[in-house]
Design a protein around this ligand. Structure first.
Ligand code: CMX
Ligand code: CO
Length: 140
């Protein structure tokens, strides 16, 4: 069901500073910057690699307000890995199958994610402490 690692989401206080760090230390390139009001984040996708099933990225996340998912995470845990996003062929179908196995779905239906993707989150308490995102990439 999981095709690949689409991205690793990293929570940070200052997006511009972290972009500069990933560019200068790892030589990564920003391919997309977005503000996603619904998710409460200002974010950047940095391209890591291309694979047979699609590309993989680092997603840097800065909260728009303290009272958001990433804002609360930073206050509790500080900067670091926030979630893992896995590529799936059909996010609606994957949600049905995973939900039927008793895993709590944060999103019953897909939402809008980076670069036109359809995304949905699974509750970290049912995935061994890992906030897990399913990503269906838009056809381009
Ligand atoms: N990874 C693992 N556990 C996490 C977590 C994370 N990123 N965020 C919160 N938790 C844990 C907390 O530690 C807490 O556990 P305890 O009760 O044992 O302390 C529990 O989940 C509830 O946390 P909370 O502080 O009450 O946090 P929230 O109210 O924010 O709820 C969650 C947590 C996962 C439901 C919420 O963050 C959420 O809906 N996330 C999905 C949306 C999202 O993260 N959007 C930003 C990224 C957008 C993108 O990738 O495009
Ligand atoms: Co993500």
């Amino acid at each position: 069901m999981l095709l690949r690692i689409d991205h690793v989401g990293v929570a940070c206080h200052n997006l511009e500073e972290k972009i500069e760090f990933y560019e200068s230390v790892f030589g990564l390139t920003v391919v997309s910057r977005e503000v996603n009001e619904e998710q409460g984040v200002r974010e950047a996708m940095l391209h890591v690699a291309d694979g047979a099933q699609g590309a993989s990225y680092v997603q840097l996340l800065e909260p728009l307000h303290p009272d958001t998912a990433v804002g609360r995470f930073l206050a509790k845990r500080g900067e670091g890995v926030h979630h893992i996003g896995y590529g799936v062929a059909d996010v609606t179908k994957a949600l049905e199958e995973i939900g039927a196995k008793g895993v709590r779905l944060i999103d019953e239906r897909p939402r809008h994610g980076s670069m036109g993707a359809s995304i949905a989150f699974l509750h970290p308490k049912d995935v061994g402490g890992v906030l897990t995102e399913l990503v269906e990439t838009s056809r381009r």
